[in-house]
Design a protein around this ligand. Structure first.
Ligand SMILES: [Zn+2]
Length: 217
């Protein structure tokens, strides 16, 4: 997704919130009180309400944006900056680009996003269309929440770390039986020492075309 596509797809706060809700709905919402998974959507409040115990859950609650007061659109812009270019952005620079007064919340946002990029199921799918959506928007489980969300170093629980890079591109003029564009793809795998950005970034830069586009799912 390039800058023009990005700005036309996400022109305002509401478009970002709606997209975020769409991804959350796809993953399912779990009630923090009773564990119920059936919810009403309170459109006027932008909250879920548990059908069982009536507990309300905000759109951000239990996600990477938990406790953040920054607009959804800031998160979307930051994700776009982090994933669609080969540049690495300092929190200071992102703060400047967003025109946000305070440094700390921007720093925290970037820190969480970078951790999510590195810690997602030990895999990081890249492609002609990069699919990172659920990595960024994954909900925090109760245990993770207790241990502080998206903590670094969680990879230590596993033995071998393999960076998976999946690429795909549309084959011109060909469609699948369902009428969707046919894609060809191949996968690259590499064993890596850890999932820190410093390890992954050079590999990704080496293996993935800079023309790759981010797909928000
Ligand atoms: Zn409930």
């Amino acid at each position: 997704m390039n800058l023009l596509n990005f700005t036309s797809t996400y022109p305002n706060e509401e478009s970002c919130k709606l997209k975020f809700k769409e991804i959350r709905d796809k993953q399912g919402v779990t009630c923090p009180r009773c564990g119920g998974t059936d919810h009403y959507w309170k459109r006027d409040k932008w909250q879920y309400e548990c059908k069982n115990c009536k507990t309300r859950t905000t759109l951000r609650s239990g996600t990477i944006m938990h406790n953040s007061k920054l607009p959804f659109r800031y998160w979307f812009i930051a994700i776009h900056l982090l994933t669609s270019t080969k540049k690495s952005f300092s929190a200071k620079e992102v703060q400047r680009q967003l025109g946000h007064k305070r440094y700390q919340p921007v720093w925290e946002m970037l820190h969480k996003l970078r951790s999510a990029m590195g810690g997602r199921d030990e895999s990081y799918q890249l492609a002609g269309q990069i699919e990172l959506d659920e990595g960024f928007f994954s909900t925090i489980t109760a245990k993770e929440k207790k241990d502080k969300p998206l903590k670094r170093g969680r990879g230590s629980q596993r033995k071998t770390k393999v960076l998976v890079m999946a690429e795909s591109s549309v084959v011109e003029g060909k469609t699948t039986k369902k009428g969707k564009p046919r894609r060809v793809g191949f996968i690259k795998m590499q064993v890596i020492d850890n999932l820190e950005a410093d390890t992954i970034t050079p590999i990704v830069e080496e293996k993935v075309s800079k023309d790759a586009v981010l797909r928000y799912g």
